[in-house]
Design a protein around this ligand. Structure first.
Ligand SMILES: C[S@@+](CC[C@H](N)C(=O)[O-])C[C@H]1O[C@@H](n2cnc3c(N)ncnc32)[C@H](O)[C@@H]1O
Length: 212
């Protein structure tokens, strides 16, 4: 007769841990496919540069859209302790990790939200930090135009806002040579004039290529 398998508490704990890790990996993968970008954190140098672009006397609310594991949002909260920081992240695993970090070592001015960044209300934003993919940046550009006050700073790692003139762009001197972009949300009149100029230039190019 076969012997009954005896499982110790350590075996059971190990099996549960492995199962938990597997589920977490699966959820992470599904969320990454859904958002189109993995929760890869900005490097220390990029973080330092992004923070360096914020005026020291900034007021209003600082948003981090797609805050991943919470490293950048905690750095923002530390640098500007008297300013409200809102970090929003839709992917469960990095969000729960950042919530755990907040529970262990709370930043009083940091509010973490498990939410889609496209649902964030940006009317009171003074600065928007992001590190998103090209498709999300395109949608974000529309949202900023609609909601954010003119002059709101947008500080983006790697991906720019297509068609927006940047105030500054810097290549970081590290292994990845990432770029950090600084934009200011234009006022509605300037934005529509720029769009008009763009359309006019396009029409001129189109008519030249038809004639020639
Ligand atoms: C490349 S990571 C950047 C993390 C962090 N911002 C940093 O710079 O260290 C991009 C993050 O944006 C999140 N994200 C992408 N689309 C999102 C959306 N629609 N709403 C909320 N978070 C989103 C992803 O889940 C991911 O964690």
């Amino acid at each position: 007769m076969p012997e009954a398998v005896q499982l110790s508490a350590v075996d059971i704990a190990g099996a549960l841990l492995a199962l938990g890790l597997l589920v977490a990996l699966l959820v992470l993968l599904i969320d990454t496919l859904r958002t189109g970008i993995a929760p890869m954190p900005s490097t220390a140098r990029v973080r330092a540069r992004m923070l360096g672009l914020v005026p020291p006397d900034v007021t209003g609310t600082l948003f981090e859209l797609g805050s991943g594991w919470g490293t950048l949002s905690r750095a923002i909260a530390d640098r500007f302790p008297d300013t409200r920081v809102v970090a929003c992240e839709v992917s469960w695993v990095p969000f729960l990790w950042s919530a755990l970090r907040q529970a262990v070592s709370r930043r009083h001015n940091l509010s973490l939200q498990h939410a889609d960044l496209f649902d964030a209300a940006l009317a009171n934003a003074s600065v928007v930090f992001c590190y998103l993919g090209p498709a999300a940046m395109e949608r974000l550009a529309e949202k900023l135009r609609r909601e954010a006050a003119p002059g709101t700073l947008v500080i983006s790692n790697t991906f720019g806002l297509r068609g927006w003139p940047h105030d500054q762009v810097e290549q970081i001197d590290d292994l990845y040579h990432m770029r950090v972009y600084l934009y200011r949300v234009p006022d509605a009149v300037a934005a529509s004039a720029a769009a008009g100029r763009g359309a006019w230039a396009w029409l001129r190019r189109a008519s030249r290529s038809t004639v020639g």
